[in-house]
Design a protein. Structure first.
Length: 277
């Protein structure tokens, strides 16, 4: 038996090394998945997902987005009426507020984010969902930097995987940064694209994120690309740090326009979220 121990030890160490070679990311702080270098051309590996098959929101992965003063966030609420889990789907709703005595806001909306619980740097994210339509409806799937590496917003950038307005049959896929918002460099390179879709059907909204480009997808097909370019202000590419995920059913704002209460409630149905590296 003793003669077998060295061989067994070598086998276990070799197996451990092989497994570590196949792991696509290192995990920092227990929740930030940083993709390892040199993975271009390799197969994607699933590193994080939620299929919403539980009876309640998985709070190890998500937090309900609190209200804030931004155009998109003034109606955000943790009110249970804005959330429903049923048949393996999460419903995020925009509703008329049934109790303006305790909360004076006329409308309430549901949204979730993974801030402080999951973030990733480089990889692929896909979200299968069906969008609801209403005047003033603004469902969005997007990403923000987990840390303030370059300073306050917009210096760390924003990646909008999908935004949909009202009854449109297109989505917007956009990047925002100090470079695009403050320096007004929206065409060098173009920072936004659109893609046609049927909002009444389930679609898969996606992003492939590399050290030198962002590739936006719809149902697995590339729809827009934002490259990292040389010879411009370095604020053009803040996308070299972990980002967290936001999914929310927004209502109203200067871009989407006024809310028609007769169109409410409206909801976004999320089937699953998957992140690969």
């Amino acid at each position: 038996m003793n003669k077998l121990l060295p061989s067994l030890l070598i086998f276990l160490l070799t197996a451990a090394c092989c497994l570590s070679c196949n792991v696509p990311a290192r995990v920092e702080n227990g929740y930030s998945y940083i993709q390892k270098d040199g993975r271009a051309g390799k197969d994607w590996k699933l590193v994080w997902f939620d299929d919403f098959n539980a009876t309640s929101l998985d709070t190890t992965k998500w937090t309900k987005i609190p209200a804030n003063t931004a155009d998109w966030g003034k109606h955000m609420s943790s009110n249970p009426l804005c959330y429903k889990l049923q048949d393996g789907q999460l419903f995020l709703k925009g509703i008329k507020n049934p109790d303006t005595a305790s909360d004076k806001r006329p409308f309430l909306t549901g949204g979730i984010y993974s801030k402080g619980k999951f973030a990733f740097q480089y990889g692929k994210i896909e979200i299968r969902a069906k969008l609801g339509c209403a005047q003033g409806a603004w469902p969005a799937m997007w990403m923000l930097a987990e840390h303030n590496k370059y300073g306050k917003y917009p210096r760390n950038g924003e990646i909008d995987i999908m935004e949909h307005l009202n009854f449109d049959k297109i989505i917007y896929q956009t990047t925002h940064s100090y470079y695009t918002l403050e320096l007004k460099q929206k065409d060098k390179p173009p920072h936004s694209g659109t893609a046609k879709l049927d909002p009444n059907q389930f679609n898969i909204f996606g992003l492939q994120w590399y050290p030198d480009k962002l590739i936006f997808t719809l149902n697995g097909k590339e729809t827009f690309r934002y490259p990292r370019i040389n010879g411009v202000d370095p604020s053009q590419w803040p996308y070299d740090q972990p980002f967290y995920v936001l999914i929310d059913q927004q209502l109203g704002g200067s871009w989407v326009g006024k809310i028609n209460p007769d169109n409410l409630p409206v909801q976004m149905e999320i089937d699953w979220v998957k992140v690969y590296q």
